[in-house]
Design a protein around this ligand. Structure first.
Ligand code: PLP
Length: 491
């Protein structure tokens, strides 16, 4: 019998539900494990039994509801307002606080929240021909994306190589008459350090400029850690001068992907975030966020997750995570040649290697080979290469295994020795300009590095070493090309 189903997305004859699900499960088998506490980036796993099932059921209830028109689907509006209220309350706003008028919107993720924070700041100053934003280099890359999309100039502020924070004087000096927004992170993704928010917000306020605190990563973790006694500095709406904040519910609120909250201190600040258009024959469009049609699924799933876990659940998960962070940091400290790049202040463990015989990128590969998936970060602007661990509650039971695995991986990395690339290749990477890249050169580079149309190779140390040797603009372009090779239609 001929198989008319093939493997394409649109078979000639539809296939059974059971078979489709089997196919998806088979595809998923090649993915990194989203549960089990061995993946230190991309996923946020509380390790709570039954939570996935609840979120999936809630998602299914609202998957076909459209956030385009809140009057048509009041269920979605109710859940969205409840999420915004919970986020605002957690971050120092709401009744009885110094920020009683906080309002917000639910977006699809941190990047969308940040783009909209920049848009709101830009559109509040239509008088400026060339608006600018001031962002410490440790700020998330999504600010650069926002600047690019919105044609806003980016004024980066360096960070101190030891504290990994910007100097407040440098932030103040970067503010110009055209500055529409100043950014602080709480904490930064790369290193997990909290910027001096109060001081940054003060210099922004003194200049009459908005200040956004990017708490996408830590906004749902720091408040619980503080309640547990951690010395978390002021970073939220309790700080005068903070005009907007973002917190991703698909990170430490442990909701499925697709939910972030963007908050403004008052409704007036939010107005320029919206887009409205009536100059066409269809419905007058009004969009608080970038998407117009949007599924109610992620919002309902986040609502269910928050209500089910509750404050007591999040406190418990934060305590477990805090202890896991301490355990992982100890494990790093116990390996000769490794050192923490920053003392953990939140839920990130970030370490580097001081010993030239211990190649960090080889170490990452050795950890991967042992089932531990960490995130390498390339050296940048005087900061060394590092390894980033996003720590979630599901990591806790794994901590006792991590120390021995790290020690073993480090020994294997030493035995293997650092990556040695042909000097002419390194020289090429260091001198090539993005404009000089030809399709042949890209294909040759990709083939030489084992990158093609399939999944990334198991060992990425050579790729990382080459990328690190390249200037930033070339790195970006190579990534575009390599990912472009992956994104090809299957027929
Ligand atoms: C501090 C910070 N801001 C923004 C983002 C972007 O979030 P998303 O990946 O949801 O767009 C992240 C993601 O890790 C982050 O850590």
């Amino acid at each position: 019998m001929t198989d008319t189903a093939g493997t394409g997305a649109l078979p000639v004859e539809g296939v059974s539900a059971a078979r489709v699900l089997d196919e998806i499960r088979a595809l998923r088998a090649a993915d990194r494990p989203t549960h089990g506490g061995r993946l230190f980036a991309y996923v946020y796993d509380p390790g709570v039994a039954g939570l996935d099932e609840l979120a999936q059921a809630a998602y299914a209830e609202s998957a076909h509801v459209n956030g385009l028109d809140p009057t048509a689907f009041p269920s979605l509006l109710a859940m969205e307002n409840a999420l915004v209220g919970a986020a605002a309350r957690l971050l120092g706003g709401g009744p009885g606080t110094s920020a009683p008028d906080v309002v917000g919107s639910v977006t699809s993720g941190g990047t969308e929240s940040l783009i909209l924070a920049v848009k709101a700041a830009r559109d509040a100053r239509p008088d400026l021909a060339e608006p600018r934003i001031v962002v410490p280099v440790s700020g998330h890359a999504a600010f650069a994306k926002a600047a690019h999309y919105l044609r806003v100039a980016l004024d980066p502020v360096p960070v101190d190589p030891v504290t990994l924070r910007p100097a407040v004087a440098d932030v103040a000096a970067a503010i110009r008459p055209e500055t529409v927004l100043v950014v602080a992170s709480a904490p930064s993704y790369a290193h997990g350090v909290i910027d001096p928010v109060a001081e940054i917000a003060a210099v922004a306020a003194a200049a009459g400029v908005r200040c956004h605190v990017d708490a996408c990563f830590g906004g749902w973790a720091l408040p619980w850690l503080r309640r547990l006694g951690a010395p978390v500095p002021p970073f939220d709406f309790a700080v005068p001068g903070v005009t907007s904040m973002s917190v991703d519910l698909h990170k430490y609120a442990y909701a499925p992907k697709g939910v972030s909250v963007l908050l403004h201190r008052n409704p007036g600040l939010r107005v320029p975030q919206f887009f409205a258009y009536g100059d066409w024959p269809g419905y007058t469009m009004v969009n608080p966020v970038i998407a117009s049609t949007r599924s109610g699924g992620p919002i309902a799933a986040a609502y269910a997750t928050l209500r089910h876990l509750g404050e007591d659940g999040y406190l418990r998960l934060a305590a477990v995570t805090r202890d896991a962070v301490a355990g992982l940091a100890d494990a790093v400290g116990a390996v000769d040649g490794l050192r923490l790049l920053a003392e953990p202040e939140s839920t990130v463990v970030c370490f580097t290697a001081d010993d030239p015989e211990l190649d960090l990128f080889v170490l990452v590969d050795e950890l991967t080979a042992r089932g531990w998936h960490t995130q390498p970060q390339l050296a940048y602007a005087g900061l060394p290469a590092s390894v980033h661990l996003t720590v979630t509650a599901a990591v806790a039971p794994r901590v006792p295994e991590f120390g021995p695995a790290l020690a073993e991986a480090a020994a294997a990395a030493r035995a293997a020795g650092p990556v040695v690339l042909p000097p002419e290749l390194l020289a090429l990477a260091g001198s090539l300009t993005p404009e000089a890249l030809t399709p042949d050169l890209i294909a040759g580079l990709a083939a030489g590095l084992g990158l093609g149309t399939g999944p990334a190779p198991d060992r990425m140390a050579a790729v990382n070493t080459l990328l690190q040797a390249a200037p930033v603009r070339l790195r970006e372009r190579l990534f575009v090309e390599f990912v472009g090779l992956l994104q090809r239609p299957t027929w």
